[in-house]
Design a protein around this ligand. Structure first.
Ligand code: SIN
Length: 289
């Protein structure tokens, strides 16, 4: 199953998501509009792209990601001071509780405009473990039963940083975080702005549906919390279905780029007490519709 698109070697990793792209140096790619257009087309098709042996500088990393849009920092994770937008996800044995990425999530859906995508490079990987998994949320939506699709079509949901990163903070700090990043509301089924695909768009940052309480869904109070809660849990659990996933075993200098609009990911936290160092450039996105 190997296709050649121009000079790029493209090897799909599953039938639903992920491809490894060879014969490309990302530092040089960002100087070629033609190559960048091909990489963008591949991203739309495969949703996550993997590139081995990318011994690129931080400047090349941000230049490559920056070709897709403006980069943004993360309020909870420090960025490289010389390369704003290049977030450092460094894990060491002395921070055993620093575990946020081992849940299924779409990055920063607590923003009104969640990221378009991310470019993640492995700087140091543990000898074993520390894989990352991605799930195709277009496929997750497509395979839902029809009656669920009908029920969720009009629904909207709240996404919160307070609920996730804020939870371990003292209350004043948590409320300050929430004031800076107020909860966002997004459709439960969003449409991909480039491909038109429908996407199941709830994840670990989603706290509740905002418009579930209609006569069709709620006859009396007893229907509200169980009905809405069970439906949200059911939808959020779709990302964990293996048929929608690809799993990547990192080597140093591997790069993964994902379309954050239509995927979720999960960084497997099975490597402590070893180190793992990743650097991530997050690209700003649009308001979901
Ligand atoms: C992330 O959740 O964006 C980071 C994924 C990883 O460290 O593998």
């Amino acid at each position: 199953m190997e296709a050649v698109i121009s000079t790029l070697q493209v090897k799909p990793l599953t039938c639903t998501i992920g491809a490894e792209v060879g014969e490309v140096h990302l530092g040089e790619a960002s100087r070629s509009p033609e190559l960048m257009a091909e990489i963008r087309a591949l991203l739309l098709r495969y949703k996550v792209l993997f590139f081995r042996d990318q011994d690129i500088s931080r400047a090349e990393h941000v230049a490559f990601a920056g070709d897709f849009g403006k980069l943004e920092d993360h309020p909870m994770l420090g960025s490289d001071p010389e390369h704003p937008g290049l977030v450092r996800i460094y894990k060491s044995p002395d921070q055993p509780n620093d575990r946020y990425e081992n849940c299924w999530h779409t990055d920063a859906t607590w923003r009104e405009k969640p990221p378009f995508g991310c470019v993640l490079r492995c700087v140091e990987c543990p000898p074993v473990g520390g894989d990352t998994m991605w799930a195709n949320m277009v496929e997750a939506y497509a395979r839902l039963p029809e009656h669920i699709k009908t029920q969720i079509a009009p629904l909207r949901a709240r996404h919160s940083i307070e609920f996730s990163f804020g939870a371990v903070m003292p209350i004043e700090k948590r409320l300050a975080l929430k004031a800076q990043f107020p909860d966002a509301e997004h459709p439960v089924v969003r449409t991909h702005p480039e491909t038109g695909e429908k996407i199941l768009f709830v994840n670990s940052f989603t706290t509740h549906f905002t418009n579930f309480h209609t006569p069709a869904n709620v006859r009396c109070g007893h229907d509200l919390n169980p009905g809405a809660g069970q439906l949200l849990n059911y939808l959020a659990a779709q990302a964990s279905i293996p048929e929608y996933q690809v799993r990547w075993r990192w080597q140093k200098n591997d790069v993964a780029m994902w379309d954050n609009r239509c995927t979720q990911h999960y960084a497997v936290m099975d490597y402590p007490p070893c180190h793992r160092k990743m650097e991530r450039a997050g690209i700003t996105g649009d308001k979901p519709f």
